[in-house]
Design a protein. Sequence first.
Length: 143
Amino acid sequence: MALRRHGHTVVDGHTRHSPTYVAWCGLKRRCSCTKASHYECYGGRGITFDPRWNDFTEFLKDMGERPEGKYSLDRIDNNGRYEKANCRWTTHQEQCLNRRSNVRVEHDGQSLTIREWATKLSIPYSRLYMRFYNGWSADRALT
């Protein structure tokens, strides 16, 4: 059976897949299946994956096993395709810093999200967000 070839599927009365295999299935579904939830944010806006990754063993060679814990596959460039050079395993917190909706703020030669600036400067996120929302310059809001 083809699914057993890579050792990431266990059939013991129930079929179970490894977290790495589930992540691979998810990326393919998001990019290829028009009925997938959030397809419009992936395949619907042109996000594709490396054609080699049609084969799970190629994906596994490039990305390795998903690390223990709550890690998921993240694209470094949100507009780029799923491929070795553009993917990594990250935590949910790290992924939240890499969303298209994040606003990056340049100040003192650094580009950080508002949340990162809030943490770095020990300013409540909601206060810092409102400063930018109200049109404050980066220099005024962050100092």
